[in-house]
Design a protein around this ligand. Structure first.
Ligand SMILES: [Fe+2]
Ligand SMILES: [Fe+2]
Length: 390
């Protein structure tokens, strides 16, 4: 099935792929279908993704031929920190107490009551059940950060191989180290301070697979540096603002300083490249950006948590429909992505196709906010790197 949105305003390249081709379902906003797909781990504990993107050697070793990438590389060398010694791991974390505090303050995903849960199985939930939910939700959220960081580790190793320019290979090598450190900190935080792991969310998993399985080198950047890391930057920022737990606050501060540089790397690398692409090639990139946006929005339903707690999909769907404030939060989470898509020319190419589709799924806003290049120095404030330089 195609919709009016699938018309191709640009002419000769043929129609944009349909919703079913892009994301496996026709109705982009079908909450029940989104919730029904739950992430589970393979029985042998491995997940293999074939990678058809050729590794590319370059014989042009001139460092600084691309000055903005070179500047990022120099900055990244200064900004390295040590996950083991730069964070106060000795601090104790009382997860249940923190969840109870959040719920008392009515903060975040701390639970619903009254009209929101009326007529669903959640109506019978008491404080203990919501506490169990809050703890599970935190374990789930940090688990998704951990899996996403591993995705970034694999993707940036891939960028080292596939990007054609030496300055970008140099920079990407520093990001591989950054992402290893991020995997290290989230893994340790989950193991030592929280109370359980979740497998990767099904929708996040599909997106990471699609990024890695694409044969075009720039899609790794678009999927990982612009979309996944853009969302992560906003999500980390929100959690850092919300949590009163000092170790997590500091950990997120440091990770965010790195992530802001990573998103800038994506924008700096792709901007000139996308300026040279044909209308048809840009349309393909718009299709990929939309797929990524839908997958990331789908991931926010936390279906693995509801599934583990035995809450039926129909009840979750009812509660979601009754919590309109979630829509505003969703737009906020995309606030680091939309300005960068605009800067890359993807929002407005093909007669504004991507702008209309993002509006349809309810994630567009904040397009006038600072883009990643302007953003990275502000995010670096207070990080170990900033202290070392000053
Ligand atoms: Fe990261
Ligand atoms: Fe990153």
């Amino acid at each position: 099935m195609t919709s009016a949105h699938d018309e191709n305003p640009g002419g000769p390249a043929g129609p944009m792929r349909s919703n079913a081709e892009l994301i496996g379902r026709d109705d982009i906003n079908d909450v029940a279908a989104v919730l029904a797909v739950v992430g589970r781990q393979e029985s042998d504990g491995r997940h293999l993704v074939p990678d058809p993107c050729p590794a590319e050697f370059t014989w042009d070793y001139e460092k600084g031929a691309r000055p903005r990438l070179d500047a990022l590389y120099e900055k990244a060398k200064q900004a390295q920190w040590n996950a083991r010694t730069d964070l106060p791991w000795e601090l104790e974390v009382d997860q249940e107490r923190l969840v109870a505090q959040n719920r008392a303050a009515g903060q975040g995903t701390s639970g619903w009551s009254g009209d929101v849960v009326a007529g669903t199985s959640l109506e019978r939930w008491g404080e203990k059940d919501w506490l169990r939910f809050g703890v599970a939700y935190q374990n789930w959220l940090l688990s998704q950060f951990l899996h996403g960081e591993q995705g970034a580790l694999l993707c940036t190793a891939k960028i080292v191989e596939t990007v054609p320019w030496i300055d970008a290979k140099f920079y990407a090598a520093t990001q591989v180290m950054d992402e290893a450190r991020h995997v290290e900190v989230f893994s340790r935080y989950l193991d030592e301070k929280l109370s359980g792991h979740f497998p990767i969310n099904a929708h996040l998993g599909l997106l990471l697979d699609d990024i890695i399985a694409d044969s075009r080198w720039d899609i790794t950047y678009l999927g990982m540096q612009i979309m996944v890391e853009g969302l992560a930057l906003a999500a980390f920022g929100f959690l850092r603002w919300m949590t009163s737990e000092p170790l997590l606050k500091q950990l997120l501060r440091y990770v965010m300083a790195d992530e802001a540089r990573h998103v800038a790397f994506g924008v700096v690398s792709l901007r000139d490249y996308y300026a040279e692409l044909s209308g048809a090639e840009l349309r393909e990139r718009q299709g990929f950006a939309l797929e990524a946006a839908v997958r990331m929005k789908d991931r926010m339903q936390a279906q693995e948590v509801w599934d583990r707690l035995g809450v039926p999909v129909s009840d979750v769907k009812t509660v979601m429909a009754r919590t309109p404030e979630r829509a505003a939060f969703q737009v906020l989470l995309f606030s680091k992505i939309v300005p960068n898509l605009k800067k890359l020319g993807l929002l407005d190419a093909s007669g504004g196709w991507l702008r209309r589709r993002l509006d349809e799924i309810g994630v567009i806003g904040f397009e006038e906010l600072a883009d990643a290049e302007q953003d990275q120095d502000a995010e670096a404030e207070g990080s170990p790197a900033a202290r070392r330089v000053s």
